[in-house]
Design a protein around this ligand. Structure first.
Ligand code: OTN
Length: 578
């Protein structure tokens, strides 16, 4: 018994005396406020302002405040939707390019205080701040540097006005997590009635160092967004994707809000001087603002799911915009699509099949347990597998104990010490050999790969190259269900209809007699003719699970092929009159 106690004390002593030197930070590294921001991942953008009432995307600045009159404005509905979707905050366009302010600014009459809404007593920013607090969400604000309403835009007088407004917003609405500076600025506008074009030097006009200092002083935890950060960068497109290679570093001094070299923002710079991670800003509809004509153009579940994997799954955050409507509500259709997308992602990433499985690393920093392979599958993002300094290639082999089927792989680097991995691969053990199923570049805060179902007992994750010893905090594996979205339908000019599923390994069944399609209906194998007036109804069916999608039904009219050109009667004019 005594020797057992001695052994136990001895082991505990050895463990507590792990003298392996921790890895050194590899500059640039994130600031504390950026690390907090990385944790948010998914948050909402709300474009709601004068444009909502004028059906425009960019108002001229000459609009009357009389037009701003939402009938059922409810910021609590926005917050409820965001919360239910698992979003962590909401960023509101407090002032867009047309200059109308959603708060009663003391520095202009062009605001809610002169609108009929709540008899000029309303303050949308305050209502949203209250709603965010109630729902435990963070609040962010967009303040357009460009102002097509202001008579002095382009002079120092406007710069002072802009800074006064920034000060108001940073002072009066509690904690702000992100301040958004759009790079679109300078051009034609109303400008107090001048109705002219005004260009500014985007690099120098706003005296960004001193303007940003206002945010630094009043909201030290807020990150600032723009093409040049400094806290968070634009991803270089508004279509919803970050580069497959995506470094969180940027040669920041080469950029300014609205700079022409924005294409680089999609991937960042491996030799970047500052930590400026990417944010994917994208609207759930074609426009940023609400247009009734776009009610049927809300993004499909497949599009939204792809955006999730192309943003959060590629080391970026996902800022999803809702064009709040004239009632002042997020439209029902937008809510429906959002929640469907969220359900798909929740199901996709529901059960981590790699959690606590047997893991073997071929190289471990100092041979230490602190940095051993199991740290990557312990569910704790603060612990990580690391190699010795200078070891830039190493593998982690996961043994699931039995053959399992999976189609998602997720990895994270321990980014407080910098982003390191340049290239990695994943392989599976098949028929006595390792078979590579994916070879990729960067990881960063989070990388998620999608691939077809693969069944294997073992997976090998190899860092093939890195800027310094890799620090891998997380490796996860999932078996996502098939995406059972109704099939898309297309009829060509000859009247042939083709149907398409949105995932592999699925079957499509259809009817043309108005009956409900099921797996015993006609199976779609190749395009088929629909020449007369007919309704095609179709479903996607997963033979593995027996589940099917909702029905897509399209009513076709007579095909153009059957149209006849009727000779015009020469005695009548084109209106048919004699
Ligand atoms: O017309 N535009 O100004 C425009 C068209 C397509 C894509 C982007 C823009 S503006 C662009 O917005 C970004 C945020 O989404 C950044 O703020 C850029 O600086 C700005 O130029």
């Amino acid at each position: 018994m005594r020797s057992l106690v001695v052994l136990f004390v001895g082991i505990s002593f050895v463990l507590s005396c792990d003298r392996t030197a921790p890895p050194e930070a590899l500059d640039p590294v994130p600031e504390a406020r950026q690390l907090k921001w990385h944790d948010l991942e998914f948050y909402a953008f709300v474009h709601f302002n004068m444009n909502t009432f004028t059906d425009m995307e960019w108002g001229t600045g000459g609009e009357s405040p009389d037009l701003f009159n939402p009938t059922e404005l409810d910021c609590r509905q926005w917050a409820r939707v965001a919360k239910e979707a698992g979003m962590k905050g909401i960023i509101l366009t407090a002032k867009h390019h047309d200059g109308f302010c959603l708060w009663p600014s003391a520095f202009t009459e062009h605001s809610v205080k002169n609108a009929p809404w709540k008899n000029g007593e309303g303050d949308v920013v305050q209502e949203l701040a209250d709603a965010c607090e109630e729902y435990g969400l963070k609040l962010g604000l967009y303040l357009s540097p460009w102002d097509r309403n202001h008579a002095d835009y382009g002079t120092d007088v406007y710069l002072e006005y802009f800074r006064n407004q920034l000060t108001e917003l940073m002072t009066n609405y509690g904690e702000i997590f992100e301040v958004w500076f759009d790079g679109a600025n300078g051009g034609t506008g109303w400008y107090g009635g001048a109705n002219e074009e005004r260009r500014v030097d985007r690099k120098t006009y706003y005296d960004w160092p001193n303007t940003r200092q206002i945010v630094r002083d009043l909201q030290p935890d807020a990150v600032m967004f723009s093409d040049a950060g400094p806290g968070v960068r634009w991803v270089g497109n508004e279509a919803g994707w970050a580069g497959e290679t995506n470094w969180s570093m940027l040669r920041r001094d080469e950029f300014y809000p609205g700079s022409p070299n924005y294409k680089d923002l999609t991937s960042g710079h491996e030799d970047g001087t500052h930590w400026v991670p990417a944010e994917v800003d994208v609207s759930i509809r074609p426009g940023w603002y609400y247009h009734r004509s776009e009610d049927h153009k809300v993004k499909s579940v497949k599009q939204l799911v792809d955006i999730y994997y192309h943003s959060i799954g590629r080391n970026a955050s996902f800022l999803l915009n809702f064009p709040v409507d004239q009632r002042g509500l997020i439209h029902e259709r937008d809510v429906e699509q959002l929640m469907k997308m969220v359900e798909v992602i929740r199901n996709d990433l529901e059960t981590d099949l790699a959690r606590s499985v047997a893991v073997e690393a071929d190289q471990v920093r100092g041979g230490s347990r602190t940095y051993a392979g199991p740290k990557a599958v312990d569910g704790n993002p603060e612990t990580y597998w690391a190699t010795d300094d200078g070891v830039l290639t190493a593998s982690l082999t996961l043994d699931f104990g039995k053959e399992i089927t999976f189609n998602r792989f997720l990895a994270r680097e321990y980014i407080p010490l910098g982003q390191r991995v340049r290239e990695f691969s994943i392989e599976v053990w098949l028929d006595g050999n390792w078979k590579e199923i994916s070879r990729q570049t960067t990881i960063g805060s989070k990388r998620i790969l999608r691939f077809d179902n693969v069944s294997s007992r073992k997976l090998r994750f190899t860092v093939l190259d890195a800027r310094a010893c890799p620090l891998i905090s997380t490796v996860e594996v999932y078996h996502a269900p098939k995406l059972l979205e109704p099939p898309t339908m297309h009829r060509d000019k000859q009247g042939y209809v083709s149907l398409e599923a949105h995932d592999s390994g699925l079957e499509i069944y259809y009817t043309t007699d108005g009956s409900a399609p099921s797996e015993s209906s006609e199976q779609f194998v190749e395009s088929f003719p629909v020449k007369a007036k007919e309704e095609v109804r179709a479903i996607v069916y997963d033979p593995a699970s027996g589940a099917s999608s909702e029905v897509n039904s399209v009513s076709y009219d007579v095909c153009k092929d059957l149209w006849k050109v009727i000779e015009p009667d020469p005695r009548k004019d084109f209106t048919g009159q004699a």
